[in-house]
Design a protein around this ligand. Structure first.
Ligand SMILES: Nc1ncnc2c1ncn2[C@@H]1O[C@H](COP(=O)(O)OP(=O)(O)OP(=O)(O)O)[C@@H](O)[C@H]1O
Length: 176
């Protein structure tokens, strides 16, 4: 069966606004929000709990086994800070959200992140690690990098992303 709706990844360092963008986009389109953190918790797709970073260590093989059939159906907005493990054939658009250090610092301290986790995430964002992974993992023309510092940025981003989704639909009337 061809996939008649695109799969979109919304990625970026924790706190850049992935979930906020995904929820809003899901409410404005027919695409479904696929939160990988929720899927991992719900189906126990982890190997262990990292006590230093207070986070589950994901079993990527198990995760892919679970998620691939869902992606094959299309119409998903994948929400995760890792983007490059999903097969290229199943991904149509990769949106990397970027935030300034000040905005990210405020958002992460509001979550009471431990210092080590806070610093690790700020460093990752400053170095642009997720953007680099996205650019290495996918074709240039499907990767969009967008600022997510203000509510106005988010509104503008959602418009841009919706336009790209619409373009994909027009370019693939029979699906892929
Ligand atoms: N563009 C933005 N402008 C203003 N506030 C924002 C923006 N994006 C996100 N926020 C705020 O920052 C906080 C973190 O956002 P969100 O949970 O969407 O980030 P996330 O990238 O999904 O994080 P995680 O990876 O940890 O789930 C929320 O309080 C959200 O309201």
């Amino acid at each position: 069966m061809p996939r008649t709706q695109p799969n979109v990844i919304i990625t970026g360092t924790p706190g850049v606004g992935k979930s906020s963008h995904c929820e809003q986009l899901a409410s404005q389109t027919s695409l479904k929000h696929l939160s990988i953190n929720d899927v991992v918790k719900e189906h126990s797709l982890h190997t262990e709990y990292d006590t230093t970073l207070s986070t589950l260590v994901v079993d990527e093989d198990k995760l892919l086994d679970h998620v691939e059939p869902i992606l094959e159906e299309g119409g998903n907005i994948v929400d995760w800070h890792v983007c490059d493990i999903f097969p290229e054939r199943l991904i149509d658009l990769v949106v990397v959200l970027r935030a300034g250090t000040e905005a990210l610092y405020d958002r992460l301290t509001a979550r009471n992140y431990a210092n080590v986790k806070l610093q690790e995430n700020l460093d990752a964002e400053i170095m642009g690690m997720v953007e680099e992974e996205a650019r290495e993992g996918y074709e240039e023309d499907i990767v969009m990098v967008l600022e997510s510092n203000t509510v106005e940025d988010m509104e503008k981003n959602l418009e841009e992303i919706e336009k790209r989704i619409q373009k994909w639909r027009e370019e693939h009337p029979e699906g892929v």
